[in-house]
Design a binder for this molecule. Structure first.
Ligand SMILES: [Zn+2]
Length: 445
């Protein structure tokens, strides 16, 4: 009996020989009955073995139809020119349902002929994960010899098939693993399951998300969210806000960059804060014009120590993933988990209130940092912010009217302007501005 996976290829062959005139098979007891008798006399006959007796019915129910259909196929293949002896195979799936099977009968061997090779009619590729039984049988009344039964098992590329409950616990009953392969521990969400890591073969069965360990049996983290004060409405042990159908937690540490690759396919790169580069899910550096411009802009702010409040690092560490997307729209929505960016659009700086140009310009990179400031505010404080948006829009006679609203004033004064000073770019005293085409995301002169 072999553990097989869909995609495996197998061959089976044997030498066989008999002598004399082929004899018809005798009256055979039913194989099903033999198995039943075996159980009844052998195991079930033992006093007190009630548990096994209960199981006998289930066993017959499960194996019965499979064996019956296989055995009738075998009988149909019998030719009376040779003894009723076969090289047999039967494929059962993971739940021991009969999938397919076949037999090869011993050939006609005339007097003086030597042993003959017979080869099984196995399918060229195994169609389903399960168990393959290969055996030789002889139901005739004469001796039939089999020798050197050879089975070659070429494993296919399939290592396993995993099915999960939505919180990540594997459904073992409908998942399957190939035998004799190195175990793939990168499972649900591509995270490593801590499995069999102790010397006695046991394990914690926790999933390593980098920042924290996750227990998929209870759908909870094992330690609290390091950023839990940002999500006061949620338990700090909750996994993805208890909504695994909509949300994933890539590692709780990501700024994503959406881009279109050279084949026109939508892709996502991830900004690695420490390395200052963008990588794909496999950890390979992504090279793409838009991605390069985003990375250049983020590194420009980061490497000049212009991010005084550490909002880029904070966004990288956030549970919610912020995605930077390309746009050429002048007016794009701000403040959600999507931040729009045009690397070729800087900002003209105006004097207060009068829309008079100052001849000074802000780089697209600083504009991106400004918008990341909005994303940081919204993710940190939510849409009903504590102190930023309760009276969000200033009244006409308010001296801060030039900032439009509390949030803009906060983003400009607390995030943008300190960065502008470090970067040698102009500071702003209002939220006025106008797009200005530039060739480089760092251009501000
Ligand atoms: Zn703004």
């Amino acid at each position: 009996m072999l553990r097989v996976m869909a995609g495996d290829t197998l061959t089976a062959s044997t030498y066989t020989w008999y002598s004399g005139t082929p004899q018809a098979p005798g009256t055979q007891p039913s194989l099903l009955n033999s198995i039943g008798t075996l159980f009844a006399d052998g195991v079930l006959g033992v006093p007190g073995s009630k548990f096994i007796q209960v199981q006998e019915g289930a066993l017959t129910t499960a194996a019965g139809p499979a064996l019956t259909s296989f055995l009738s196929a075998k009988d149909a293949a019998y030719s009376s020119a040779a003894p009723k002896a076969f090289l047999n195979w039967a494929l059962l799936d993971d739940r021991f349902n009969y999938v397919t099977g076949g037999v090869t009968q011993v050939p006609v061997i005339t007097s003086g002929q030597n042993k003959q090779v017979i080869t099984s009619n196995l399918p060229s590729v195994i169609p389903k994960n399960g168990y393959l039984y290969i055996y030789v049988s002889n139901e005739s009344l004469q001796d039939v010899f089999f020798d050197n039964v050879t089975i070659q098992h070429h494993r296919g590329p399939l290592l396993g098939e995993d099915h999960y409950y939505s919180f990540g616990l594997a459904m073992a009953g409908i998942s399957s693993q190939a035998a004799g392969k190195l175990e793939n521990k990168l499972k649900y969400n591509g995270k490593e399951i801590q499995h069999k890591e102790f010397s006695d073969g046991s394990g914690l069965e926790w999933t390593d998300y980098g920042a924290r360990m996750y227990d998929n049996q209870i759908g909870r983290w094992m330690v609290i969210d390091p950023l839990s004060q940002k999500y006061r409405a949620l338990s700090p042990y909750d996994y993805v806000a208890d909504d695994p159908l909509k949300l994933i937690d890539p590692n709780g540490k990501v700024i994503a960059i959406a881009y279109v690759d050279k084949d026109g396919k939508k892709q996502t790169a991830y900004f690695d804060y420490d390395k200052g580069i963008a990588e794909n899910k496999k950890g390979e550096e992504v090279k793409n014009d838009f991605v390069d411009n985003v990375v250049k802009s983020l590194d420009y702010v980061k490497n000049n120590n212009a991010d005084e409040k550490g909002i880029i690092k904070a966004l990288v560490d956030k549970k919610k993933t912020v995605t930077i997307k390309f746009t050429t729209e002048k007016n794009h929505p701000i403040g959600g988990t999507t931040v729009y960016f045009n690397p070729n659009s800087g900002t003209k700086v105006f004097q207060d209130n009068n829309h008079v140009e100052t001849g000074k310009y802000i780089s697209p990179a600083l504009g991106l940092f400004h918008d990341l400031g909005h994303a940081y505010d919204r993710i940190t404080y939510g849409n009903k912010t504590v102190d930023l948006q309760t009276a969000s829009t200033f009244k006409d006679n308010d001296p801060d009217r030039k900032y439009d609203n509390q949030e803009e004033k906060h983003v400009i004064q607390d995030f943008e302007n300190p960065a502008a000073v470090k970067l040698g770019e102009p500071v702003r005293t209002n939220h006025d501005g106008e797009d200005r085409p530039v060739s480089d995301p760092l251009q501000h002169n």
